[in-house]
Design a protein around this ligand. Structure first.
Ligand code: ZN
Length: 300
């Protein structure tokens, strides 16, 4: 299969597949076309019985800046016009208002992420630079995360656009409950060391060695018999599901939609009619001149 927004490489006779987000000029912002392709690529990996480990990496300076909030490409992907993707006309795309938003976000931000979390392969996110907001979703849905030394992790949507997090609200499970409140209410970031202390990141490598060392890490995992590897993954995933992970995610998705509905209502009848997140005039921040992201420090 050939992709517009991804690169796909295989190693060791197809035992390891590496999917690379390849929109470096857009800081790997996730437009609809990229997300649809990513779903196809994960399924391609899952279909292939030779593949044991899937690496999810990214080209350019950062892993991902999150959802594409309105580049020309994203607008072409979803708005009516010659380049509109089929996915923007189906799965709720032809409906209106909250119904459309709930269904489209459920399919393309929530259920797809959950589907990748449940992929019948071991997945390793290889992150570097910045992992922002929905970029976190792509890292978190993988079984393991390895990071370059320079990596920071941050969800800016609370501090910048008046939202309670992303559609796949794994934050308390990854950061811990209290840390999630701190990070979401301040918009501050954690670095790779802190993410490693939290158990979120398994390995930290120098940026120049990241690809090679991740491959070596993946090779170790690929040696585990596939049946054992999948049962290890599933034992852990089913344990956290029993602890409430799945139900909490569903509940938080509903709250996320309530938050969107609030802003859409606030903007009704204005020039931003239906806009489902906060503007600077609502207490949000214009992302183009947003202050630089700070690390959360205990003494600052
Ligand atoms: Zn949303």
């Amino acid at each position: 299969m050939s992709y517009k927004y991804l690169l796909v490489d295989t190693f060791d006779d197809g035992t390891i597949m590496r999917i690379t987000l390849n929109r470096p000029d857009a800081r790997n912002a996730q437009n609809r076309g990229l997300l649809v392709e990513l779903g196809d690529a994960f399924e391609e990996a899952e279909k292939d019985d030779a593949v044991r480990v899937v690496i999810l990496a990214a080209a350019g300076k950062i892993f991902s800046s999150g959802h594409d909030m309105g580049s020309r490409q994203q607008i072409a992907d979803v708005r009516p016009g010659p380049d509109q993707l089929e996915s923007a006309r189906t799965k709720g795309g032809s409906r209106a208002a909250t119904e459309k938003r709930v269904l489209q976000e459920w399919h393309y931000f929530f259920q797809n992420t959950l589907r990748w979390r449940n992929l019948r392969k071991i997945t390793v996110a290889q992150v570097h630079g910045q992992v922002l907001s929905a970029g976190l979703m792509l890292a978190w849905c993988c079984d393991l995360i390895v990071a370059a030394e320079d990596t920071i992790f941050c969800d800016v949507v609370g501090a910048r656009i008046g939202m309670c997090g992303m559609e796949y609200f794994a934050h308390p499970w990854e950061f811990g409950p209290r840390k999630t409140k701190e990070l979401m209410l301040t918009g501050d970031a954690i670095d790779a060391e802190e993410a490693w202390r939290l158990g979120m990141v398994s390995k930290i490598y120098p940026a120049d060695d990241l690809a090679e060392k991740t491959l070596a890490f993946a090779r170790r995992i690929a040696n585990v018999p596939t049946m054992a590897a999948l049962m290890i993954k599933e034992s852990v995933n089913q344990t956290v599901d029993c602890m409430g992970f799945f139900n909490a995610l569903q509940a938080s998705f509903t709250l996320h939609q309530l938050n969107h509905a609030h802003w859409a209502h606030v903007h009704a009848g204005t020039e931003h009619d239906g806009l489902p997140y906060a503007l600077p005039s609502d207490g949000g921040v214009d992302w183009r001149d947003a202050p630089p992201i700070k690390l959360a420090r205990k003494d600052d």
